[in-house]
Design a binder for this molecule. Structure first.
Ligand code: SAH
Length: 403
């Protein structure tokens, strides 16, 4: 979740384990169950009902574990708000528009977006807002940030069930925005296990997980005793073939983080006219390597160190996301780097205007704006991808991908 490069990469002790309440709860369960796949472990760490990271603490900002772009500069939310207004105009300025934000954090992006678009004729009259947020604490923060908002506003829990809401309809124009949301979705940690016996031309991949070693949590590739009979004889299915198409030269022991973007693509494809904007850190091509990272109090630590008390996140696989979106018949624009995207939307002009209007804060405004586009940090590590119903024009600031 954090902006890598903004966080001091403190050396961590890979053997360190803290006996957090969630660590104790998971260990208790592992005495019965023996093995917990990494995706379920990460899910528990983030959203366990009692001890999940997002449930129990104020995670974002200087007092939290990480800082995000909207918290760095108001220009971020303002430019995204204007982007949404332009997309709405490109859609023909429909009388009703649903604006969905996935994981709105403290509500800062939405607040800045609404302020920046207040004067766009007709835009606010068309808007209904849906915030997808499962943390009660963050919902309360969002409600405070948006206290002055007059557009219809509702909260939902699960982005996969958007259509449960009355304000979501397939025939209503919809824009979905997500900043640093997909990096927090639990993913599978797969280990390449070598060629299969069945034909021998395909590598098989095995889901790693967490087990107990004495009283200590460890991560491992499952052994026979962890698994139901035969579970290690993984069938060569479509997902296996896809992994092997990405990585024909994978060697035993290589790790692949597999995120599942198909629920997002499926939801988006159900709309007649929808556009989505996804901003996150990640890579453009499918990449081997374990990108699961843990950050506590602005420092990196091993992901097993403090279950429930550290932010866990992954690099987002934009190549895989593109594949999942196209499979559902959607068009994809970008990805481009955050620096290119914000630069193209007029970050410099917006910053100059703000500085002229607030000379006493000019230095602070400039520093914050530069941080969003800094090379080898947020500006290039973060990527921006657009997805749209194929009937819509290419999205602003994002070159369409060649087929
Ligand atoms: N977009 C915000 C916050 C990023 S933090 C910003 O840029 O500041 C991630 C956000 O996603 C938090 O609001 C978190 O509570 C929410 N979140 C993470 N996983 C979620 C899930 N599976 N369902 C709903 N919300 C989730």
């Amino acid at each position: 979740m954090n902006a890598i490069g903004d966080t001091s990469r403190a050396p961590y002790d890979p053997a360190a384990r803290r006996d957090t309440p969630l660590a104790r709860k998971i260990k208790e369960q592992l005495r019965e169950r023996r093995f917990l796949p990494m995706s379920l472990f990460v899910e528990r760490c983030l959203v366990d009902d009692e001890h999940g990271y997002y449930r129990t603490r104020d995670v974002i900002g200087s007092g939290g574990d990480f800082t995000t772009a909207p918290e760095i500069s108001q220009i971020f939310g303002e430019l995204i708000g204007l982007w949404c207004a332009v997309v709405w105009q490109q859609m023909g300025a429909p009388a009703k528009l649903t604006l969905v934000e996935l994981g709105p954090g403290r509500g800062t992006l939405m607040k800045d977006a609404l302020r920046a678009t207040a004067k766009v004729p007709g835009f606010h009259d068309a808007l209904s807002i849906v915030l997808v947020e499962h943390s009660e604490r963050l919902r309360a923060a969002q409600s405070r940030a948006l206290a002055e908002n007059r557009c219809p506003l509702e909260w939902m829990d699960d982005y996969r069930r958007l259509f449960d809401s009355d304000s979501i309809a397939a025939d209503r124009a919809t824009i979905i925005i997500a900043n640093e949301f997909f990096d927090a979705l639990p993913a599978s940690t797969l280990a390449c296990h070598g060629r299969s016996g069945q034909g021998g031309d395909q590598n098989i991949w095995i889901d790693r997980g967490v087990a107990l070693e004495g009283d200590r949590l460890i991560e491992r590739t499952p052994v026979e005793s962890d698994m139901a009979d035969g579970a290690l004889d993984a069938a060569i299915d479509e997902r296996t073939r896809r992994r092997n198409a990405y990585f024909p030269d994978a060697a035993p022991g290589d790790i692949y983080i597999e995120q599942d973007f198909s629920p997002f693509a499926e939801v988006l494809s159900r709309f007649e006219r929808a556009a989505a904007l996804v901003i996150d850190y990640g890579h453009v091509e499918p990449t081997l390597g374990d990108t699961l990272q843990a950050v506590r109090d602005h420092r990196f630590e091993h992901p097993l160190t403090s279950p429930g008390e550290a932010d866990l996140s992954y690099q987002v696989g934009f190549g895989e996301m593109t594949g999942a979106l196209r499979e559902q018949g959607l068009a994809v624009d970008g990805p481009v780097t955050q620096a290119e995207f914000l630069g193209g939307l007029g970050l410099a002009e917006r910053a100059s205007r703000l500085m002229a209007a607030n000379p006493a804060r000019a230095h602070e405004i400039e520093t914050a704006a530069l941080r969003l586009i800094a090379p080898n940090a947020m500006g290039t590590r973060f990527k921006v991808l657009g997805a749209r119903s194929p009937c819509l024009a290419p999205l602003p600031g994002l070159p369409p991908q060649e087929f």
